[in-house]
Structure formats: C-alpha cells, structure tokens
Design a protein around this ligand. Structure first.
Ligand SMILES: [Zn+2]
Length: 318
C-alpha cells in the first residue's frame, strides 16, 4: 500500500510507516491550497515533540488527496448526468405543452387537477425509458468510480460491477428515482396551475408559465443563483452511487476476511449540516456500526457533500 517514500529528507524519519505519503500524492500537494500545512510537513526542522502535529497534518493531506481524487472522477460524471437530465426535463416540457393544446378552447373551466394528471401521466409514459436510462448510466459510472476507490485493496471493479447486488441496486434505484422525480414535477405543475386558476390566468399565460417551469427544472434560475433540479439530481445521484459502490466493494473485502473501519468526512466549511458534523465527530468506527445519523454511507440527504473513507483496522494511529 505504501510504496512511495516520504517527502525528501536527509535525517532519519520519525514517522510511523502507516502515515507515509505515497510519492505520487506528495507531488500533487502543490495543487491544493494547503496553507501552512505544506510548511508543516517539512519534517526535517521538527523534533519528536512535533510528531502529533505532523501526523495530523499528514492525515489532513491524505484526506484532502482522497477528496480531490473523488471530486476529479465525479465532476465529469455529474456534468453528464446534469446535461442529460436537462434534456429530459425539456422534452417533458415540450410534451406537456403539446398535451395542453386540446384544452385551449375549453380553458379554464375544463382544466383542473384531473386534466393535469392526464397530461402528466402521458408525459411520464413517453419519457420514463429515457429518464431511467439517463439515471442508470450516471449512477453506473459513479458506482464504478466508488468501487475503484477500493482498488488499492485489490477489489476487481469489473467483477464488482457485475455483482447481482450492484446490478439490482442500480436498477431499483433508477426506477425509484424516476418515480420520485416525476411525482415532484406533477405536484409542482399542479400547484402552479392552481395558482393560475385562482389568479385567472389565460390559456396562453398558463402554457407559458408551465413551459417556463420545465425550463427551470433544467437550468434553475441563474439570475437568482438558484440551482436546477437537473443539477440537484446529478449531485445527489452521483454521490449516492459513488457511496454505494465504495461500500459494496469494501463489503466484498470484509467478506473475504479483511477487517475494515469507516470514517465520515464533511467539506469542513460553514455550510455543513449539524447531522453531518455529528457523523464526522464519531471518527473511525467499525464497519458494522452505522454513523450517528443512522447512515452507512454518503450522502445523508440530497445535496450532502460528505464522503465516507475506509481503512483496514490496525492501520490507524491506534
Ligand atoms: Zn453531508
């Protein structure tokens, strides 16, 4: 696991070997904004009493490297998923507009909840395959990335992806997400139309508002810095599948006899939620123990930016 050496040094090193930074990571350190952390790893100038500080700095670096690697591999997956979800939302918007046309003459007395339900139902039927495919593809890619994160312990990613547990998770998860997304859309459009009825909107105004709402699902409200639903789906689904893939591959290791433990990591900024902070405060805990929130892997909620790290029991500082 620790093939590399430490950052170059003339003096004998005082560090426990489990805390070596592999050379390939050390080279990347200049890519982070590590502040004075990089100065702290200049261990030549430090004495024995500084050991705890050095260890902490190295652990922070290791964590930052893990986060960076995860982010690098997830960013393009997330982007693809977002763009593809935009396409589906826009298509749904066009189909909804088409479905409304026949009510044009009968507006507004004959356009209520059941009519919206009818149109939405047809829109869902026409797009279910595409949306499921988009989510499945994005989730598969993210799951593979999560499994690859455990490759250092010898997980065979190609094999792990074919595991019935992984296949079944991807399929049922995609189906479940499509149902949830469509339900949210339906509720949202229904309340929009209800407002229109109350305010006496014309057919044209209602149709425009509905089209606008689907466009918002796709791109949010950029001028108000409000993220789109396509973005939220991408963030949540990629994190979900990554966490699931990572955990599943770790489970294959424990099944093979390796003893592992896990650790919740937040972004460490002001936006982190209380529940995620509690999970992080639990530190390294046995794999069969859930985090305080009851979760076993990230994300804790849609939009959660945390991730779970794993290591073999006994390789920590004890
Ligand atoms: Zn979180």
């Amino acid at each position: 696991m620790h093939k590399g050496g430490l950052v170059k040094s003339d003096k004998p090193l005082i560090l426990d070997t489990t805390h070596y930074i592999p050379v390939r990571y050390a080279r990347r350190l200049k890519e982070f904004d590590m502040g004075n952390l990089t100065r702290r790893i200049d261990i030549n100038i430090l004495g024995e009493e500084d050991k705890p500080k050095i260890l902490e700095a190295l652990r922070n670096i290791e964590e930052a490297v893990k986060r960076l690697k995860r982010e690098r591999v997830l960013a393009p997956i997330r982007k693809d998923l977002e763009v593809n979800m935009q396409t589906v939302f826009r298509k749904q918007g066009r189909l909804f507009a088409k479905g409304m046309v026949k009510y044009k003459g009968l507006f507004s007395e004959a356009f209520g909840e059941s009519e919206i339900g009818n149109i939405a139902g047809l829109v869902e039927i026409d797009t279910v395959e595409e949306m499921t495919g988009v989510i499945h593809a994005g989730s598969s890619a993210a799951m593979e990335a999560g499994m690859s994160a455990a490759a250092e312990w010898g997980v065979n990613v190609a094999l792990a992806l074919k595991n019935p547990r992984a296949v079944e998770w991807l399929e049922s998860h995609a189906a479940e997400m499509v149902t949830k997304i469509n339900e949210t859309t339906r509720g949202d459009i229904a309340s929009l139309v209800k407002r229109g009825v109350e305010e006496g909107w014309s057919y044209n105004k209602t149709a425009r508002e509905i089209s606008g709402r689907y466009e918002e699902f796709a791109i949010g409200k950029p001028q108000l810095h409000i993220e789109s639903r396509a973005h939220l789906v991408a963030v949540t689904e990629s994190a979900n599948a990554y966490g699931q893939g990572n955990r599943q591959s770790i489970d294959t290791l424990t099944a093979a006899g390796l003893e592992m433990e896990h650790d919740w990591n937040t972004m460490g900024d002001d936006l982190v939620s209380e529940g995620c902070l509690e999970n992080e405060a639990a530190g390294w805990i046995p794999l069969d123990e859930s985090f305080p929130s009851g979760d076993d892997e990230e994300p804790r909620f849609p939009g959660c930016r945390c991730y779970v790290a794993y290591r073999r029991v006994g390789t920590g500082e004890g």
